[in-house]
Design a protein around this ligand. Structure first.
Ligand SMILES: [Zn+2]
Length: 418
């Protein structure tokens, strides 16, 4: 099919290879060619569970490889919540692409040849995110200081001893290291760090969490997105926070959460990705399980790629549906943190028909009369009936974590850990 659209022709070429040379995709894509982008929706969605099941059935590599095994030079592992690993095979050409992408991610965060880059790693060679960051940092001419092991004090010591300027880690690691440094009176050990580049779990673009990281480190915090099965697909926006989708090499779709239907209008959506560049291990309409909200306008600096101002908001598995609306607990948490009157809070996501509310929030308020206006503001923002139960300050704090939140931090066990 001649379409005149170079990206569509790339996808059709990939579909031809996948349908003929790839045992995983062949039965799903036999004879499929797209005449236009609307046809993409006719292809089957692909899930992590399908990859995992295929590799269990055809150990150890599964059947999602378009070439003979000799052509691959590297493999990455990703572990799911079940602990069952998935392996991803890369050719030399793929490895070069991820090196280039790692370099682009770090360059977008302002990393230069004079920097010393410390990578908090759980397996520097096996994990896609840490490996591509390592190669990208080297390609920029920076000095890489690996931080292996698990002891935060050892990591802080290495950052101090080697005068690290950039730290690559998960947002949870960034918070933990800053907290340990403060508790141990070692805040000065982090003085040389001027930026953190986070990935591996959602949150580093969500303003409330980013501000905590930036305050703890007295450094800037950037965010990017990598999945071992897909590659790095979003790079930091240096000026405005959040990330930009890499639209040269990927096709992005946005689905209604908990559905296979495309999102209509604005709002949170599950991100579905088709990779155009990697032929050796194709991902076609891959359900990431990540929830994003794409900006209707480009970022104010006009950088290329659709802008995700708050990055990845969380995982589909973490959302709940109330009265037909998808509610993301992190959005409620963020709205509460934005209210200076709230000291500490607990969110209950159960509908109480008798009380005519959808979400109940127990909040410690210096002035209990603030509860009414807070409930109105939250109800408007979330489109749900929010009831605030005002509590005296100190009521919740005894059992709360230092941040005051009573809901668990979003974790992201399915993605490529650093
Ligand atoms: Zn931008």
């Amino acid at each position: 099919v001649a379409t005149g659209d170079p990206q569509l022709e790339r996808l059709n070429a990939l579909l031809r290879v996948a349908a003929t040379d790839n045992t995983f995709h062949a039965p799903r894509l036999s004879g499929v060619q797209l005449a236009g982008w609307d046809d993409l929706r006719t292809l089957p969605l692909m899930t992590r569970d399908e990859l995992r099941a295929d590799q269990a059935q055809h150990p150890p590599f599964g059947t999602n490889h378009s070439y003979s095994l000799e052509r691959y030079t590297q493999m990455h592992l990703t572990r799911g919540a079940s602990g069952k690993r998935i392996c991803v095979l890369e050719t030399q050409e793929d490895a070069q692409r991820w090196t280039d992408r790692g370099r682009a991610v770090l360059a977008a965060a302002g990393v230069r040849a004079s920097d010393r880059v410390s990578i908090v790693a759980r397996g520097l060679g096996t994990r896609m995110a840490s490996w591509s960051a390592l190669e990208g940092a080297k390609a920029l001419g920076a000095l890489v200081v690996p931080l292996e092991g698990t002891d935060p004090l050892e990591r802080i010591g290495a950052i101090r001893d080697y005068a690290t300027t950039i730290v690559l880690c998960r947002p949870g690691d960034a918070l933990q290291l800053a907290e340990v440094a403060e508790q141990q009176d070692l805040v000065g050990a982090l003085d040389s760090v001027r930026a953190l580049v986070c990935t591996g779990e959602p949150g580093a673009s969500v303003p409330a969490l980013r501000e905590r990281i930036e305050a703890g480190w007295q450094a800037r915090c950037f965010d990017y997105a990598t999945l071992a099965e897909v590659g790095a697909f979003a790079i930091p926006c240096h000026e405005h926070g959040g990330m930009h989708l890499v639209e040269d090499d990927f096709v992005f779709e946005f689905l209604e959460p908990h559905s296979s239907e495309p999102l209509t209008g604005p709002g949170p959506a599950e991100l579905v990705i088709t990779g155009l560049a990697r032929v050796g291990f194709p991902v076609i309409r891959y359900r990431t399980g990540d929830i994003v909200e794409v900006s209707q306008a480009p970022c104010p600096s006009g950088h290329p790629g659709s802008w995700l101002p708050a990055g990845i908001l969380g995982r589909v598995d973490d959302t709940v549906v109330i009265r037909g609306r998808t509610v993301f607990p992190f959005a409620i948490e963020q709205a509460l943190r934005a209210c200076s009157e709230v000291v500490s809070f607990r969110i209950m996501l159960e509908s109480d028909r008798a009380a005519r509310d959808d979400v109940k929030v127990e909040a410690e308020l210096a002035d209990p009369l603030e509860g009414r206006s807070l409930a109105a503001a939250l109800s408007e923002r979330l489109g749900l009936r929010v009831r605030i139960v005002p509590l005296r300050p100190g009521t919740l704090t005894q059992v709360s974590d230092p941040s005051g939140a009573q809901i668990p931090r979003p974790s992201r066990p399915e993605v490529a850990e650093l």
